[in-house]
Design a protein around this ligand. Structure first.
Ligand code: SF4
Ligand code: SF4
Ligand code: SF4
Length: 258
């Protein structure tokens, strides 16, 4: 860990942190730098050793590695293994890293056909998309497409102070109903809010857009009951399948589908 500070006389150490992007849009890293009001305080917690969006410094002596993106090339596999050897705490940072994310849509189509269509005649090196935990041990996952800035800051404070790091166990519906929104099922849409881990303050459904489950499964979800709900309402199972597959976050539960 890094330089010692003594706010209010309580000693703590800055986190030596590095952030690395793999196959992704870098939107999750950008979320941190967007947090202008609290960014100076946030950076006070951190000793940034390698973080392209924040600093030109490049050092290899980090303790915490934020891994953004999924893995889709062999050189990424090798880079990830090297980072894992150095990091004491490796964080899957964002939905691409935690679940594969939107990149996983590629796995649903023959990749050669896609290359012929998009990059005809070009040699493109690409592998099926994998989430970070398919390749290395992940110590902590922070889901979200993108991650929620407030949640990341809260988790970093927990790491600095040695407190328990937690994510909400309950589903998005709890945050959605707290805002007195009309349920999108009442408007004839399939919303994955009942299945999905809260923590985004129901940002999509409060804007009348169905939840697509970017934060992955909440604890103890009941996929069979959710499927019954969709059937009872006469909603499209194809639409359900599309939504569940969008971020690849419900892969372990998709055998319940019909
Ligand atoms: S999780 Fe979403 S915002 Fe974050 S890197 Fe992936 S696509 Fe971008
Ligand atoms: S709109 Fe979605 S998140 Fe909101 S209550 Fe209905 S199912 Fe739950
Ligand atoms: S409402 Fe659903 S899709 Fe939207 S940010 Fe929250 S978890 Fe992600």
């Amino acid at each position: 860990m890094g330089e010692k500070m003594r706010p209010l006389g309580v000693p703590f150490e800055k986190l030596k942190i590095a952030s690395f992007d793999f196959t992704c849009c870098e939107g999750c890293q950008l979320q941190l730098t967007n947090q202008e009001a609290s960014l100076p305080d946030f950076l006070d917690l951190l000793d940034v050793r390698n973080f392209r969006e924040i600093s030109s410094e490049r050092h290899d002596d980090y303790d915490i590695a934020l891994i953004e993106g999924s893995i889709s090339r062999q050189d990424e596999v090798e880079r990830l293994l090297k980072i894992r050897k150095q990091a004491k705490i490796l964080v899957a940072f964002g939905t691409c890293a935690c679940f594969g994310g939107v990149n996983s849509l590629k796995n649903r189509h023959p990749v050669e056909e896609l290359i012929d269509e998009v990059y005809p005649g070009m040699a493109i090196e690409t592998l099926p998309v994998r989430k970070i935990s398919d390749l290395v041990t992940v110590d902590l996952s922070i889901p979200g497409c993108p991650v929620d800035k407030g949640e990341v800051e809260r988790i970093m404070v927990s790491l600095v102070t040695g407190s328990l790091v937690t994510l909400p166990k309950y589903p998005v519906c709890i945050e959605c109903k707290a805002q007195l929104t009309t349920c999108l099922f009442e408007l004839g849409e399939i919303c994955l809010g009942p299945l999905t881990r809260a923590g985004c303050n129901a940002v999509c459904t409060s804007g009348k857009t169905p939840c697509l489950g970017c934060r992955g499964p909440a604890e103890e979800i009941n996929m069979a009951a959710f499927l019954e709900l969709v059937k009872e309402r006469g909603l499209s199972l194809d639409d359900l399948h599309e939504k569940l597959a969008f971020y690849n976050a419900f892969e372990p539960f998709q055998s319940h589908e019909t």
